[in-house]
Write a protein that binds this ligand. Structure first.
Ligand SMILES: [Mg+2]
Length: 162
């Protein structure tokens, strides 16, 4: 059986980075940001590690991704890759007149995974617009203490691999 790949977005999916301090203590500081890990994050990674190959793909900067990955995954969880904005495709968004950074999953094929074996966990559907069927959408995390989204995610992803 081929291994399936689970790709994690970072911001508002696994962590929330805020330039202002929230009421609760930050889990770590990264540059100008107070970074808050989403509740049940460690439990999610523990549950997923035996079931999926794991990777990170964020549209943030290389330095930010490296810093957050070191804190969240450390040496405990192996990642196949940790990609940043350099691996995204830049497009002008006509509604906002700003840029949107697309994650085109065809880029992952070079890593040895067929597109149908990839799931990407992300709060932003517009970033996965080219492969919407591979997108596992999560509610955005903004530091809520009672957030339970990752518990639900773990349950559903485990069910899919059962
Ligand atoms: Mg995000």
């Amino acid at each position: 059986m081929t291994r399936k790949l689970l790709i994690f977005d970072l911001d508002e999916t696994l962590v929330h980075a805020s330039p202002v301090r929230l009421a609760q203590a930050a889990d770590f500081i990264c540059g100008p940001y107070f970074v808050y890990q989403r509740p049940y994050l460690h439990a999610l990674l523990m549950t997923m590690q035996p079931l999926y190959d794991m990777a990170v793909w964020s549209s943030s900067s290389r330095a930010y991704v490296d810093a957050v990955v070191a804190q969240v995954f450390g040496s405990e969880f192996e990642l196949k890759f940790a990609w940043s904005v350099e691996h995204c495709v830049q497009r002008v968004d006509v509604r906002s007149n700003g840029y949107v950074y697309l994650k085109d999953l065809r880029k992952v094929q070079g890593q040895g995974y067929a597109v149908e074996d990839i799931t990407i966990l992300d709060d932003s559907p517009e970033k996965i617009a080219r492969q919407p069927r591979n997108h596992f959408r999560v509610k955005p995390y903004l530091g809520q203490l009672d957030d339970r989204e990752l518990l639900l995610v773990a349950e559903e992803l485990r069910r899919r691999q059962a």
